[in-house]
Write a protein that binds this ligand. Structure first.
Ligand code: MG
Length: 397
């Protein structure tokens, strides 16, 4: 397939950190995607929470199914805009590899633990506090750069610059400076220069939002925590629910089950995807973008129309208050935060409780953070039970 002039081309890749000869049948972005799929961090996504904890139900999204949905949406748009589908797929499949167990609750808890740690505490080399906090995007990069141990010649997956740049969606200035010091002109540079990543990376960010906004409605209704009646207040949902009912009035009957919900979500997804394609094409045209270099210097180009951006914001606001802050979700996530806090404290005090590879590292704080961040929900719960005797499913915690 012919790629657009502003697409990322594997033949023009800025390359890998360690030289490798080209593969005989796959280009570099296809090879990145394959390495990600074969990584152990990717397999662990099956048992990591998106919103609902992994053991709460078999049909809720996990980080794995979420990542597959992001890849599917991203690839559809990439194909239509003649962007590089393989690069989009690689970034989408890897974008959440650094997530802790228990979703955002786990991540916030781990971040707080690191921030609250007294710098004088005896952690890390010579007692220095080696981290100022926890950022999951940076951790995803760390997974593919350092933490996978599969290849004889290097740590990590040795992915191309373009895939790594897409994985590092956000980065604090402090961490960008640290990255720049380690790898001058590398993936930290754009946060200092205030330039943009490739269109494929920009696309993955929006595909991520579109995917979770849609599937969190589905999972929220399935869980009974949000209702179709509440969703009538969300313009994007309501517009497509009405259109669906106008065409298929029988779907209002209870025997039609979830078909109304599914059809409404399907239409919402299509509307957002087509809006994104049109608005992005328009932005590329109006800014006269004719190369990848022009993409990097321009403002963000992958976007919704103003109207869709507003509707998407209202949907997000609804999900935040009705689902993510639902007392039942909060009660679970509070307990999950407690598990992460307990594990952090226990491992900092007794590093030998971690697996040998982590227990033997000189930088204790770094090792504890990497160890906890890599855990699946159920491994974290098993470890918590082993170390504290508290059973998650036993009731009291
Ligand atoms: Mg995501």
């Amino acid at each position: 397939m012919t790629l657009a002039v502003f697409a990322s081309q594997p033949a023009r890749s800025s390359g890998r950190r360690f030289f490798e000869a080209a593969a005989p049948t796959r280009d570099d972005f296809q090879r990145d995607r394959d390495r990600i799929v074969h990584s152990s961090a990717f397999r662990r996504l099956v048992y990591k929470t998106q919103v609902f904890l992994n053991h709460e139900g078999d049909l809720f999204r996990t980080r794995m199914t979420h990542s597959l949905e992001v890849a599917q949406l991203g690839r559809s748009v990439a194909r239509a805009l003649q962007l590089n589908e393989d690069l989009v797929e690689a970034i989408a499949l890897a974008h959440d590899l650094g997530h802790t167990p228990f979703g955002h609750a786990g991540q916030d808890a781990l971040n707080q633990c690191v921030q609250q740690l007294n710098p004088a505490a005896t952690v890390g080399t010579a007692g220095a506090k080696t981290l100022s906090g926890f950022e999951h995007n940076l951790q995803s990069l760390r997974v593919v750069d350092e933490l996978e141990h599969r290849y004889p010649a290097f740590d990590g997956l040795n992915l191309t610059f373009e895939t790594r740049e897409g994985i590092l969606k956000h980065c604090s200035l402090n961490n960008a400076r640290a990255l720049e010091a380690q790898e001058p002109g590398g993936v930290g540079r754009r946060f200092l220069d205030k330039t943009q990543p490739s269109l494929e990376a920009q696309l993955c960010n929006l595909a991520d939002e579109i995917a979770y906004n849609a599937h969190d409605i589905d999972d929220g209704v399935r869980s009974g925590l949000i209702t179709l009646a509440q969703l009538a207040d969300v313009p994007l949902f309501d517009e497509h629910r009405r259109a669906t009912l106008a065409e298929f009035p029988d779907l209002s009957q209870p025997q039609s089950g979830r078909r109304l919900l599914y059809e409404t979500i399907r239409r919402m997804l299509s509307a957002q995807i087509y809006d994104l394609m049109a608005a992005t094409s328009e932005a590329l045209k109006s800014q006269g973008i004719d190369s990848l270099e022009a993409v990097r210097q321009a403002p963000p180009l992958v976007c919704f129309s103003e109207r869709m951006a507003e509707e998407s914001k209202l949907l997000k606001r609804f999900l935040f208050s009705a689902l993510y802050r639902h007392p039942q979700v909060m009660a679970t996530t509070d307990r999950a935060s407690g598990v992460v806090q307990d594990l952090f404290r226990l491992y900092i005090d007794s590093p030998a409780e971690m697996q040998a590879h982590f227990a033997t590292q000189a930088d204790v704080l770094r090792a504890v953070v990497d160890y906890i961040a890599g855990m699946t929900d159920r491994f974290a719960l098993r470890e918590h039970e082993r170390l504290t005797g508290i059973q998650w499913l036993g009731g009291a915690a």
